[in-house]
Design a protein around this ligand. Sequence first.
Ligand code: AMP
Ligand code: TRP
Length: 345
Amino acid sequence: MTRVFSGVKPTGHLTLGNYLGAIRQWAAVDQHRSDALFCVVDLHALTVDHDPARVRRLSRQAATLLLAAGLDPQLCTLFVQSHVDEHARLSYVLECVATDGEMRRMIQYKEKAARERERGGSVRLSLLTYPVLMAADILAYGTDEVPVGDDQTQHVELARDLAVRFNQRYGHTFVVPKATRPPVASRVMNLQDPMSKMGKSDDSGSGIVYLLDEPDVVRKKVMRAVTDSGRDVVYDPEGRPGVANLLEILAACTGGNPGALGGVYESYGALKKDTADAVVEVLKPVQARHKELCADPVYVEGVLRDGAEKARAMARPTVDAAYRAIGLLEPSSDPVAEPVLNAAR
Ligand code: AMP
Ligand code: TRP
C-alpha cells in the first residue's frame, strides 16, 4: 500500500491556504487510499522567533483542527513530531549527507532569512537545517507520496536527493518520495496581496482567511479582496492574479474549474459574493466539529498518544537501519560485551 506522510507547522492559526492546498486532500483522498501519517511538526515551529506557550497552544489547536477537518484516527496516524524521537535522530544523520550549499539554495530559507535580517533579528541555525529535518520526517516512514501545497516542492525535492544519495553511498535504505499536489488551489494567495502566498504567520490578517474565522469575518475579507484593474471576469493568473485567486478558491470550494467559472460572472462583486458564500459553507462543518472536539480534550490527547506510539514503531526500523548503514556501531544487548571491550583496551 502507498505510504503517505505530510505535516503542518504550528507557527500560526491554520488558514484557508492550508486547508485547500493540503488538509482537505488528506481527509478526502489520502487517508482512504493509502497508509497515511499526518503530523503536527512542532520542532519546525522553533526555527523562528517563538513563544513557548503559544507553540504549545497552536500544536493542540492544529491537531484538533486536523481531526475537525475529517482526519480519522481509524484510517490514518495523527501525531505530534516531538513525541517521536526518530525524527531528530534521523535528521542528524541526514545532515551528514546534505551540503551547506544545498541548504543555502532553499528559496524559503533565503526569503525568511532576508526578512529576519531586515528586521535586525538573527537567523536561527535551525532555519537553515530545517529542510533536512523535513526530509527526516518523510524518509523515516518509507514515504512514497507527500501531499503538499506548491511552496513545499523544493523541500520534497531535497528529500528525494538525500534519499538517493544516501542509498548510493551506504546501501539501499530509503524509499525515494515524491510530492503530490491538489488539482486546484495548490497555492492560495493573500487576498490583499495576490502576488504572495496566503501564509499563516504573515503580519497582516486582513488578506488571510483563518479556518476559525466567523462567517461575517470571512465575508468581509473576501469582499475586500484586492482585484485587478479591468472589469471582465477571466481566469488569467499572470495578468489578473487577484481575480484568478478568487476563481481558484471558488473552484476548490465548489468542485468547479477556475477557467470555466470565469465565463460565468459579469462582475467582480458577484464573483466575490459567491466565493465568500462558498468559503463560509466549506468552513462551517469544520468549525462545528472543532467546537465539539474542544469540549473533549481527553479524546484528542488519546488520539495523539496512540498516534505517536504507532508512528514510533513504524519509524524505528528504518532509522536504525540508517544508523547501521552509515557506520554507527549497533548498541549491544549482550551483557558480556562490556568486560570484553574493557579487556581489549
Ligand atoms: P505550513 O503552514 O507551512 O505548515 O503548511 C502546511 C501545508 O499547507 C503544506 O502542505 C503547505 O504547502 C500548505 N499550504 C500552506 N499555505 C498554503 C497556501 N497559501 N496555498 C496552498 N497550500 C498551502
Ligand atoms: N515544511 C512544511 C511546511 O512548511 C511542513 C513540514 C514539515 C512537512 N515536515 C514535513 C510537510 C514533512 C510534509 C512532509 O509546510
